[in-house]
Design a protein around this ligand. Structure first.
Ligand code: C2E
Ligand code: MG
Ligand code: MG
Length: 286
């Protein structure tokens, strides 16, 4: 009876450990088909400047699973990384993001930049710069409008190889972003080793910056050190106007968070862009 109810119910009868393992196997198998079956979606979250103008957007991956519905990246990206599936998926993300932004540009809606998250596994492949080049060639997007977001964790192993791959990619004109900044172990040497154009302040620090002096200090110091390294600073997770005011007062260059907009389907961002709150220039580095 359980079996005929479909594999979703069937799973409930497995002991917890086996259930987790089998769930993982199911997700990995399904993920293997996801690109070919056209189940992956990119959502876009607007990034704004101090005047509330949209300067760019971050591309965030979603998976429309036929059975489980809309899946957030935290529930499948780790599996994609461990299985190596992040390589073809990452290529799809790069190409899709570039094509979308180029499409908007052709329609007269030019985004300053689109940023794409790159995982550790992708940085172990020398092909990353080739994948970036392909995405730019296919779309015709200017390299200056593409940003790659990297975390400290993603370059922790094989830092030297990662640096070579990234320098090669940067030579194409693509911008590099330090993501989740401050959450790792050696953030300052991370900034020193790579020539970042932008630093993203993690939402962990933004969340309580108005009530926690330690968080406020970290936010201020991160903005200062970003500028000292010739990079701009973007605060992530900005949910209230009070946070936005405080961040602007500290000299934070860009804001990203539910206050300005959640990650949204392309059609929704397009509407927002059409409403006129758009800055088209490539954002200059300091
Ligand atoms: P991230 O790169 O740090 O992305 C920011 C996350 O913060 C997003 O979660 C976004 O929805 C969330 N966020 C932004 N503003 C707010 C806010 O005001 N409040 C709250 N509560 N959350 C906010 P999301 O979309 O679930 O993505 C989670 C992570 O998954 C990303 O973290 C990124 O590390 C990873 N990811 C997403 N797309 C991709 C992808 O295409 N490739 C890879 N390798 N990783 C991806
Ligand atoms: Mg990111
Ligand atoms: Mg983050």
């Amino acid at each position: 009876q359980a079996k005929s109810a479909g594999r979703n119910n069937y799973r409930l009868f497995l002991p917890e450990m086996n259930q987790q393992v089998s769930e993982r196997v199911i997700i990995e198998n399904d993920l293997r088909q996801a690109v070919a079956r056209d189940e992956l979606r990119l959502h876009y979250q607007p990034v704004t400047d101090a005047n509330n103008q949209i300067v760019g957007a971050e591309a965030l991956l979603r998976w429309e699973h036929p059975e489980y519905g809309f899946m957030q990246p935290d529930s499948f990206i780790p599996i994609a990384e461990e299985s190596g599936l992040i390589i073809p998926i990452g290529q799809w993300v790069l190409e899709q993001a570039c094509l979308q932004v180029r499409h908007w540009q052709d329609a007269g809606l030019t985004l300053g930049f689109v940023s794409v998250n790159i995982s550790a596994r992708q940085l172990r492949e020398p092909d990353l710069s080739q994948a970036v080049r392909n995405a730019l060639d296919t779309s015709g997007l200017a390299p200056e409008r593409l940003e790659l977001e990297l975390t400290e964790g993603s370059v922790l192993q094989r830092t030297e190889a990662a640096r070579q791959i990234l320098e090669e990619t940067q030579a194409l004109g693509v911008r590099l972003v330090a993501d989740d900044f401050g959450t790792g172990y050696s953030s300052l040497s991370f900034l020193k080793q790579f020539r970042f154009d932008k630093v993203k302040i993690d939402r962990e620090f933004v969340r309580d910056m108005l009530t926690d002096q330690g968080d406020a200090a970290i936010v201020k110091a991160t903005i200062a050190i970003s500028h000292a390294f010739g990079a701009t600073a973007t605060a992530v997770g900005v949910e209230t106007a009070a946070q936005a005011d405080a961040l602007r007062a500290c000299g934070c260059d860009h804001l990203q968070g539910y206050l300005c907009g959640r990650p949204m389907a392309p059609s929704d961002l397009q509407e927002l862009l059409q409403s006129g709150c758009l800055i088209e220039q490539v954002v200059p580095t300091l």
